[in-house]
Design a protein around this ligand. Sequence first.
Ligand code: C2E
Ligand code: CA
Ligand code: CA
Ligand code: CA
Length: 275
Amino acid sequence: AAKRSAVGHAWYSEAQEAARLTHLSLVSELRGAVAASQLQMWLQPKFSLVTGKSVGAEALVRWQHPQRGFISPAEFVPFAEQTGYITMVTDWMLREALRTLATWAPLHPELSIAVNISTRDLQDPGFARRVEGMLQTAGVDPSRLRLEITESGLMEDAQNSVALLHTLRGIGLPLSIDDFGTGYSSLAYLQKLPVSELKIDRSFIDSIDASPGTQKLVKAMIEMGHGMDLMVTAEGVETEAERATIARLGCDVMQGYLGARPLYGDALQTWFDQL
Ligand code: C2E
Ligand code: CA
Ligand code: CA
Ligand code: CA
């Protein structure tokens, strides 16, 4: 034990390395997971802060592993992005979202579903054409399928991202900037992006009622978004106080546990039935 504490730092790195290897072996199982239907698409409703009505939902992936049980996307998505396996997950999520949109359309054609897209997907030259093909197969209007890309993801490849987003927008897909406020983009850059929604990162909403500074920051983000004709959504709204604050600041849409958790199966159907 003495020896271990003396080289505590090295031991820590070994633990990190072990964790990394576990994740890598997990990610190598992803292909099989897709084939064996171990992935699930959960949907978290979004609500208008003006009417209180549902405006759509965000699709969130879940992995039901036969031995390890439930694996959260926070555990496998970053590794899937590094290895490129994420494109399989994205394609699967897009098909699921379109399948659901097709079943929703007869009753609620106004609802949209947002799917999370990673930089790896954007960099894939066949991506836009593939999405276009999926839309045609599903017979869904492109305006119903929203794509979310994180601000930090856009900044990884800022130059190319602009062109790629224009291609996707050209197909008719509405686009959103996810986790806004954490990615260091500039106003000049934002103005070049053909997006229609800004999603303010959960971390800001979390401290909005505890910190006057944060509240001022969120107010500025909402005003900036509106100045660019964007719809502004607050993520991670958990309390009535947070809802009241963002509504007062003029935010348009909220998403968070206060409105609804991510839903699946019967719970999702119950939400849909009472729309
Ligand atoms: P995200 O895109 O920011 O998604 C929102 C996350 O916040 C979800 O976590 C959701 O369950 C959680 N959340 C929603 N409301 C609240 C709230 O009121 N309080 C708190 N504490 N959390 C809330 P989830 O599903 O674990 O996903 C985590 C991240 O994994 C996502 O963050 C996204 O970056 C990534 N992810 C999830 N599904 C996909 C996917 O299909 N593709 C890709 N590329 N990434 C995904
Ligand atoms: Ca998202
Ligand atoms: Ca987000
Ligand atoms: Ca909070």
